[in-house]
Design a protein around this ligand. Structure first.
Ligand SMILES: Cc1cc2nc3c(=O)[nH]c(=O)nc-3n(C[C@H](O)[C@H](O)[C@H](O)COP(=O)(O)O)c2cc1C
Length: 288
């Protein structure tokens, strides 16, 4: 499945025009390929008081019956009810077990555990600790995100107890992504040592590519702390440079990304690696 934040549509492009384009293209694909229908798609809604488009974007998700909604930075029952009204599914982004409980208590259907090393607004907990704690009480849909860049890591997420892997950064380095070429090339050339965790750019801690911070004239190893009360999803955050335009977000898993590929080729690589890791584990298990 593919997903995108509703806030990515701005300026001349409207979120509604994207929803029309996506639903029409998927319906056309399904009509032509009844035996292999398209996967559902997902939209991310930022449920934070600074997001002044939330009501409008939620209404559009309901109108176009977006199959899956990813909510982040706030769990609200009325949003879950609106999505459930047309049969949609809500997965909520969390960075620790207590937020996971709150999300399910407020009516989310499943959880996306954002562990240490994830691109964007990452957590600090080990994926193993996070999944272990959530699985003690939750047997519903659980996705793991953070530094997954290979098919073997998707299998590892499942082995740890997650149902699905959730990948961000690796898909930025694809030909279809609308990131600038320098950003894609930087992901392909970088690895975990090139990532810095800072709250300077949006008020919330996230992982960023050091070369983009250097290019903006700052020392990535000496960034000031930001004031969380200035957290703002309507503007560029707390520095002169705009996250995510000039300061490029990426997670620690990008060492696995060696080149910019088409999305289909990246998915084929992940799939081949997943099956190879599975076979290798099964044969070593049998041998023992
Ligand atoms: C540049 C960038 C921007 C992101 N923006 C959002 C966002 O707006 N909303 C959201 O829920 N997650 C966002 N994410 C986080 C991803 O949804 C996902 O949790 C993360 O990328 C997974 O870790 P990975 O990048 O190591 O694969 C962003 C990630 C990156 C790299």
């Amino acid at each position: 499945m593919g997903s995108f934040p509703s806030l990515n549509a701005r300026g001349e492009e409207s979120f509604e025009s994207w929803l029309i384009q996506i639903t029409e293209a998927l319906a056309a694909h399904d009509a032509e390929n009844p035996d292999s229908p398209a996967a559902p798609f997902a939209v991310n809604l930022i449920v934070h008081r600074s997001n002044n488009r939330l009501e409008e974007d939620l209404a559009l998700c309901v109108k176009y019956k977006v199959p899956l909604i990813i909510t982040s930075l706030g769990a609200r029952p009325e949003i879950n009810e609106a999505i459930h009204s047309y049969g949609g599914i809500v997965l909520h982004d969390i960075i620790d077990n207590s937020f996971a409980r709150k999300a399910i208590d407020k009516g989310a259907d499943g959880i996306i555990a954002v562990a240490a090393g994830a691109g964007g607004h990452a957590g600090t907990q080990s994926p193993l600790a996070l999944i272990q704690e959530i699985r003690e009480w939750f047997d519903g849909p659980l996705l793991l995100s953070g530094a997954i860049g290979s098919g073997a890591s998707i299998l590892a997420a499942q082995a740890a107890g997650a149902d699905l892997g959730y990948i961000g950064s690796a898909f930025i380095a694809t030909t279809e992504a609308r990131a600038v070429q320098g950003y894609k090339d930087c992901i392909a050339a970088s690895s975990a040592k090139d990532i810095v965790y800072s709250n300077l750019f949006t008020g919330v801690h996230g992982n960023y590519l050091k070369p983009s911070i250097e290019a903006a004239g700052m020392d990535p190893n000496n960034l000031p702390e930001s004031d969380p009360s200035k957290m703002d999803f309507g503007s560029g955050g707390n520095s002169d440079k705009k996250a995510w335009k000039d300061i490029w977000g990426a997670g620690q898993g990008i060492g696995a990304v060696k080149e910019v590929l088409s999305t289909a080729d990246l998915v084929a690589r992940l799939s081949a690696e997943y099956h190879a890791a599975f076979s290798s584990l099964s044969s070593s298990y049998k041998a023992n």
